[in-house]
Write a protein that binds this ligand. Structure first.
Ligand code: SF4
Length: 281
């Protein structure tokens, strides 16, 4: 039985919140550099250069790369033989978020209730998804998810007869409708299957896979490549200023569903695609 102290989780989560906002991941940074070589528009190239410079400054000065420091979203793999000592896992994560956002001077963006709009003041509550797995470890994946891109995300219960063509058409329509509002270049997360709520989760989960790592199923990997090409033909470009880099990547997760269903969710992520992972034992 592995034992992990409550306070260890608080400290580690606090650091993840700061690091994710200050240090753009190598995968996204490399994708910016690569896009700079392939971008067709001069304005698009200029915007990509500014995004690279912005990421460099944020890292050097340890300041947030964007004023929107996001909703703290976690996917937690909790080993069945792992025991959290000294308090609850959910409470530890929320305490870590409050500590990290406070110490790191990161904007508090969460409100108690969408109807009263009152800010909670410490960026809690986090959105926490817990998956029970085999083992005695705890893996915490975190993303600071920007509000603009989240607002342009969508879910649709397609008909099975809509087929693959209907799925692609729907995904492209959502990216097109988002235009500049989701702060491109985007990472487009897609969930196909499950039921209504599971499908949205799949789309979110897909965004935690590092860029350039394709799905292990070659059919899904091919779909990701194809969607990427189609999206980049839309001409939206970096920051919506026109160009051939509308998406840095497309990620798709697929799961079983009911014979009568074809749920598809599109969770857009902006260019500030921030994620961190730690494993504790
Ligand atoms: S959507 Fe992303 S890039 Fe746009 S303001 Fe929010 S965090 Fe920043």
């Amino acid at each position: 039985m592995g034992e992990i102290l409550y306070q260890t989780i608080v400290e580690q989560v606090s650091e993840m919140c700061k690091k994710s906002n200050y240090n753009l991941g190598d995968d996204v940074y490399s994708a910016f550099k690569q896009a700079l070589n392939t971008e067709q528009s001069e304005t698009g190239k200029e915007v990509l250069s500014q995004l690279i410079e912005n990421a460099d400054i944020a890292k050097a000065e340890q300041v947030p790369m964007c004023q929107d420091t996001g909703t703290a979203v976690f996917i937690v793999e909790l080993g069945q033989s792992c025991h959290i000592v000294g308090g609850s896992l959910v409470r530890a994560i929320n305490e870590g978020v409050a500590k990290g956002y406070g110490e790191g001077y990161l904007r508090s963006s969460m409100i108690y209730n969408p109807l009263n709009r009152k800010n909670t003041g410490d960026n809690t509550p986090a959105v926490i998804h817990i998956e029970l797995v085999e083992g005695d470890f705890l893996t915490i994946h975190m993303t600071a998810k920007g509000g603009g891109a989240e607002n342009m995300s969508d879910l649709k219960m397609l008909k099975p007869s809509d087929g693959m063509d209907g799925v692609k058409k729907y995904i492209l329509s959502i990216v097109k409708e988002a235009g500049p509002n989701a702060c491109p270049p985007l990472v487009v997360g897609v969930g196909i299957g499950g039921n209504f709520e599971r499908c949205a989760y799949l789309a979110k989960k897909s965004l935690f896979r590092p860029l350039s790592i394709r799905h292990e199923d070659p059919v899904i990997a091919e779909l990701e490549e194809e969607l990427m090409l189609e999206i980049n033909r839309l001409g939206i470009g970096p920051q919506g200023m026109g160009g051939s880099t509308t998406a840095l990547d497309v990620k798709v997760e697929v799961e079983s569903c009911h014979i009568a269903a074809l749920p598809v969710a599109v969770n857009l992520n902006c260019h500030a695609s921030r994620h961190q992972t730690i494993t504790l034992k």
